[in-house]
Design a protein around this ligand. Sequence first.
Ligand code: HEC
Length: 142
Amino acid sequence: MRTLIIALLSLGSFALAAEEKVPVDSTTGMKIAPDWEIVRNHCIVCHSSQTFLRQRATEANWTSTLEWMQKYGGLWKLDPAIQKTIIKYLTTNYGPGDAQNYRRAPVPATLMPMNPYATDARLEVEAKKKEGLIPTSAPTTN
Ligand code: HEC
């Protein structure tokens, strides 16, 4: 029995040691690694941190994700040094790693079933854009 208790206690301290190695912010779930606050301040304005914490990507993929968001998601143009810092944090802490979390390529549209909801939504968006109810370009900061 005593051996079991000692074994369990030492297992617990191993788990603790592993957690201490990469502390995680309890609010965002982000790894508290260099520059994490810069990333937090820029990247949870519009959506949850889980949007990017659940992904693993190479530097090139993180870069294209950010550029995609600047083009279509309303993410403002970042100061080049800040952008570099954000991509470095993401690549270092959420790099390709294990294949399980790595984002797969999208299924080609020709292999997807018809999605009536997406079609209706698209028509609605186009109509609203024509009416001027949805901006067709991102707001500029200057
Ligand atoms: C101005 C708003 C805004 C900011 C700021 C923003 N995003 Fe996004 N992001 C979006 C929108 C809009 C989407 C698309 C959400 C959807 O389709 O569900 C998105 C989606 C994503 C996705 C998911 C892409 C996918 O593959 O589905 C990731 C990853 C992401 N953002 C990362 C980031 C990171 C990293 C930052 C910080 C540099 C950031 N976002 C800052 C608006 C923003």
